[in-house]
Design a protein. Structure first.
Lengths: 113, 166
């Protein structure tokens, strides 16, 4: 089994341990090398858009991050998980802001010839 | 250097609420960076004060000797409940593991915030990081307080000992 497959399985196991709230609508991960050169895994946990504001506090989210860390550790996968929580709308809005800024930069480059 | 640590954490919280509506990426990035450095200064400052002592003039120069990568390595061992050779067979209290986990996550986020222009930050995820920094401050101070109010180390088995800043 490849590392990627082992990570996938560990994350699926972790997801089964998640509390019912806040509602998770999807999960993505990517094997990365972090800023200090260590192998790691970036995990995006997609949270339901209708989640109330108070459910975004660490006491609601950290049990999920903990489940992910413990599942990887339990399967002897020595990768630190960098876990992020976001909604699809937040992800799109943040990307749109960066894309718009980059579009302006390119237009300026083009105008300068 | 607790005053720097507290000031940076307040700054991170201020930046989160600075932009009404959708926060600017620049504000979120600076909030993440301030949250990381608040924790870095809290730990570095306390380590200097409690492990090395000396005058304020000496300690304020000491922060420069702390290596971010080495601090992360130590935090990974604590977070994974692995023994640290420098401490021997120790039992780390859960509060210390919380501080270590937060430090690792914030350090990586800080690096992305300051150098990776392709990455994006969201309000909720950034708020989580700042609140975790605040929680890590409280956890660290509980560890310190427990340790200073107790004259001996008492958790774990007979062959192990607990570790906390003096």
């Amino acid at each position: 089994m490849t590392l990627e497959q082992r990570v996938q399985l560990a994350l699926e196991k972790a997801r089964r341990q998640f509390p019912p709230e806040p509602k998770v609508v999807g999960m993505e991960h990517e094997l990365i090398i972090d800023s200090t050169g260590d192998d790691a895994v970036k995990v995006l946990v997609k949270i339901d858009e209708a989640t109330p504001e108070d459910r975004w506090m660490p006491e609601w989210l950290e049990p999920m991050a903990k489940a992910i860390r413990e599942s990887l550790r339990g399967d002897d996968i020595d990768l630190w998980p960098y876990v992020h929580f976001l909604t699809l709308t937040e992800e799109k809005e943040a990307k749109a802001e960066v894309e718009e800024a980059e579009r302006k930069e390119r237009m300026r480059d083009a105008a300068q010839g | 250097m607790s005053w720097i640590a507290d000031g940076l954490l307040e700054q991170a919280e201020h930046l989160l609420d600075r932009d009404p509506g959708r926060p600017k990426q620049a504000s979120l990035r600076r909030a993440v960076s301030a949250a990381y450095y608040s924790l870095f200064h809290l730990l570095g400052g306390d380590a200097g004060e409690h492990f090395l002592g000396g005058s304020y003039e000496f300690r304020r120069r000491l922060i420069r000797i702390f290596d971010h990568g080495e601090m992360k390595g130590a935090c990974k061992a604590v977070a994974a409940r692995r023994p640290l050779p420098v401490f021997g067979n120790v039992v780390f209290p859960p509060d210390l593991a919380l501080v270590a986990e937060t430090f690792i996550d914030l350090q990586e986020a800080r690096h992305r915030a300051d150098y990776d222009v392709t990455t994006t930050f969201t309000r909720h995820d950034t708020r989580r990081m700042v609140v975790r920094a605040r929680d890590a401050f409280a956890a660290w101070r509980r560890v310190r307080s427990r340790h200073t109010s107790s004259s001996c180390c008492s958790s774990g088995s007979k062959s192990s000992r607990s570790v906390a800043p003096r």
